[in-house]
Write a protein that binds this ligand. Structure first.
Ligand code: 5AD
Length: 331
C-alpha cells in the first residue's frame, strides 16, 4: 500500500494546485499545450448486461432502444472528418445482436472512406470478434475495469467477472490493439487504496489511454440513491495517472461537467489532454443515458468553448475555424 499516494487523492486547496502543476508539467513534456479532439458516435444503446450503476442496463424499460445503420454511421463519420477530427470512437452497450459481420463492415468502410484512427468501445465481445475487428482496421479498444475490487466488481457487474475482463484486456493488447481502460470513481464501497492499485495495474498493462469518470447516480439503476463520486478525488486521480503513467492519453470526460460547470476545465488543469466530442445524431442523444437524464453533451460548439476557456490549444479545430473564416471572407 502506498500511503503517500493515497493521501494525495484527498488533496484540496494549495496541495491540490501543487499536485496539478506537477502533473501539468508531465503533460506539457509529452503533449505541449495541445488538446487532442476525438469524435464519438453512440452506435447502439442495447445492452444485455445489468450493471448496477448504468442507465443502459437491460432491465431499464424506460429507455427507447436503437441500433444505427451503416449509412447513418458513415454520414456522421464524414462529418467528423470534415471538421478535421482524426480519431473516431464507436460506442455501444454490450450488444451482441449487433452482428460482428455488420461491425466489420462498418470498421472497414470507415477506414477506406475516411482513414480515421478507429477506437471501439463495444463491450466484452468474443476474442474471435476482437481479432476480426482488429483485422478490419480498428486501432484501439476500450474495456474499462471500473473497479479494482473483485468483490465490488461482482456486486455491480453481476453477469461478469473482474478476472475475465482483465483477461480480455490483456488479450486485446497481445493481439495488437492499442488499449484503454480505467475506473469509475466513487462507486459505493470503493477505497482510495484500490484506486492507486488501479493506476499501477494500468501501468503494468501498458495502456495507451487511461480514463476515470466520477460516479453519477442514474435514476433508472439500483445505485440511484447513492451519492455522486467526489469530483476532487477524480481530478486528483487524473493528476496521479498523468504523473505515474507519463505519456498516455487521458480524456477530460463529460461526467466532470455534470458535477461542476468547471469540471472539465479542471480535468485539463489536472493533466488530461483529450476531449471527446459527441457526433451522435441528435435524435439518439436522449436515449444514450449511461449516467443521467440530464447528460452533459460535449458537442462541437461546447468543445470549442471549453478549449477556448482552458487557454490550451487545439490546432485541428482551430485550423478549421480559420479556414472557414477565410472562405467566408473571400465569398
Ligand atoms: N457513473 C459514471 N460512469 C459511468 N459509466 C457507466 N455508468 C456510469 C455512472 N453511473 C461509465 C463506465 C462505462 C462508461 C461507458 O461509462 O465507465 O464503461
Amino acid at each position: 500500500m502506498n500511503t503517500t499516494l493515497t493521501s494525495k487523492l484527498a488533496f484540496l486547496g494549495n496541495q491540490q494546485e501543487t499536485l496539478f502543476s506537477e502533473a501539468f508539467k508531465v503533460r506539457q513534456k509529452y503533449f505541449g499545450t495541445e488538446v487532442y479532439p476525438r469524435g464519438v458516435i453512440e452506435i447502439s444503446n442495447h445492452c444485455l448486461l445489468n450493471c448496477h450503476y448504468c442507465g443502459m442496463r437491460k432491465n431499464n424499460s424506460n429507455l427507447k432502444r436503437y441500433r444505427m445503420q451503416v449509412d447513418e454511421i458513415m454520414s456522421q463519420a464524414h462529418l467528423m472528418a470534415d471538421h478535421g477530427v482524426k480519431s473516431i470512437m464507436l460506442q455501444s452497450g454490450d450488444d451482441y445482436q449487433f452482428q460482428i459481420s455488420e461491425l466489420k463492415n462498418i470498421v472497414k468502410t470507415i477506414k477506406t472512406e475516411t482513414n480515421l484512427h478507429i477506437i471501439l468501445c463495444l463491450g466484452e465481445r468474443k476474442k474471435t470478434d476482437f481479432e476480426t475487428l482488429l483485422l478490419s482496421g480498428a486501432n484501439m479498444y476500450i474495456l474499462k475495469l471500473e473497479t479494482m475490487n473483485p468483490k465490488l466488481f461482482a456486486e455491480v457487474r453481476p453477469e461478469t467477472t473482474f478476472e475475465r475482463r482483465l483477461d480480455k484486456l490483456k488479450f486485446l493488447k497481445n493481439i495488437g490493439f492499442e488499449v484503454s481502460s480505467g475506473f469509475i470513481i466513487g462507486l459505493p464501497g470503493q477505497t482510495l487504496d484500490e484506486l492507486i492499485d488501479g493506476i499501477y495495474l494500468l501501468k503494468e498493462l501498458g495502456v495507451e489511454n487511461a480514463s476515470v469518470s466520477p460516479f453519477i447516480p442514474n435514476q433508472d439503476s439500483p445505485l440511484n440513491n447513492y451519492e455522486p463520486g467526489n469530483i476532487n478525488i477524480a481530478l486528483n486521480m487524473i493528476a496521479l495517472m498523468r504523473i505515474i503513467l507519463g505519456k498516455v492519453n487521458i480524456p477530460s470526460v463529460s461526467a466532470f461537467s455534470m458535477l461542476n460547470d468547471e469540471g472539465q476545465l479542471r480535468a485539463f488543469e489536472a493533466g488530461a489532454n483529450v476531449l471527446t466530442i459527441n457526433f451522435s445524431p441528435l435524435k439518439n442523444l436522449e436515449k444514450y443515458l449511461i449516467y443521467d437524464k440530464k447528460r452533459a453533451i460535449v458537442n462541437l460548439e461546447y468543445a470549442k468553448m471549453l478549449i477556448k476557456n482552458s487557454k490550451l490549444d487545439c490546432s485541428i479545430l482551430q485550423s478549421k475555424i480559420t479556414e472557414r473564416l477565410a472562405q467566408t471572407t473571400i465569398a
